[in-house]
Ligand binder design. Sequence first.
Ligand SMILES: Cc1cc2nc3c(=O)[nH]c(=O)nc-3n(C[C@H](O)[C@H](O)[C@H](O)COP(=O)(O)OP(=O)(O)OC[C@H]3O[C@@H](n4cnc5c(N)ncnc54)[C@H](O)[C@@H]3O)c2cc1C
Length: 329
Amino acid sequence: MPDQVHDVIIVGSGPAGYTAAVYTARANLSPIVLAGSVTAGGELMNTTDVENFPGFPEGVMGPDLMMNMEAQARRFGADIRNEDATALKLDAPIKEITLGSGGTLHARSVILATGSAYRELGVPGEKQLSGHGVSWCATCDGFFFRDQVIAVVGGGDSAMEEALFLTKFASKVYVIHRRDSLRASQIMADRAKANEKIEFIWDTEVIEVRGDGKVSELELRNLVDGTESTLDVSGLFVAIGHDPRVQLFADQVDLTSEGTVQVEGRTSRTSLPGVFAAGDVLDPHYRQAITAAGSGCVAALDVEEYLADTADTDAAEAHQTPKVDVAAG
Ligand SMILES: Cc1cc2nc3c(=O)[nH]c(=O)nc-3n(C[C@H](O)[C@H](O)[C@H](O)COP(=O)(O)OP(=O)(O)OC[C@H]3O[C@@H](n4cnc5c(N)ncnc54)[C@H](O)[C@@H]3O)c2cc1C
């Protein structure tokens, strides 16, 4: 038996991890949050205005929102460490977590809140102009592009969904795709093709995003004849997929066909007892700060219930253990 066994360890420090920390800390479970060595705060640390998180009528900067969540979790005693989990052993009743800095922690329960990484184009200008015209989320940022000309990169269902959603705001939406046909389902492709605000640019890739502090043009390359051209736009939405961060535990908990962690119904319970998931790592569809936060709350409440149930079971087993009559030998 390890020297110290914690009630709960939370891996990840986005809205899901910090919300789970607030709830478990307020339930006196003394959570430890492994926040990541360089990525504490999660995806919202990479953005500017967040206008759709309830409670902030004027909007809030992404990093400010995350620092507030962190402060709120600390206020109730969450032990937040800027550490990476580098290995997890999740199948036994006592879970073991190896830390990037060395050492191991043990806990009765673990919440996996490691998020999901949006795929990037990997071209010059993309990172620098992220939050300044480059976006990965139409639901989050579409509103900022009212009456503007913008582009979406991608050819799947989510690219079509993003493009169609963006037509509510933008005056024109270019869809730039590497091939001459879409991967999207027929119904989504038909809808996008029928929308008069959408224009397709086929067989083409973006090779650079340019702008002085804000996106103003894209450099494009035609993949059939190699010609290069520029396209004037004020926004670029990258919709080429996302990768749930499951590498650490993909061989231990069940995953869905989309690669997200499989949970039971509306709970956060994974295929392993005592292991719970929250946020974008289990969500193939909604992926919003508020849905991640809600999911962190669910995981915390499930952990509370699990720990109470296992404590009851342990007590009942201890009660039933036959006493050894020493005198009888
Ligand atoms: C540029 C951008 C702008 C966005 N804007 C909005 C918006 O305006 N409104 C909105 O609602 N949503 C927005 N989103 C989406 C939102 O950020 C996500 O839905 C939300 O952050 C998901 O929360 P999460 O807690 O599940 O994961 P994340 O925020 O991704 O956090 C996961 C955390 O886990 C950590 N982690 C991963 N592996 C380990 C490990 N092994 N050890 C320790 N830590 C680990 C990561 O480093 C990270 O800190 C935006 C996303 C992006 C990329």
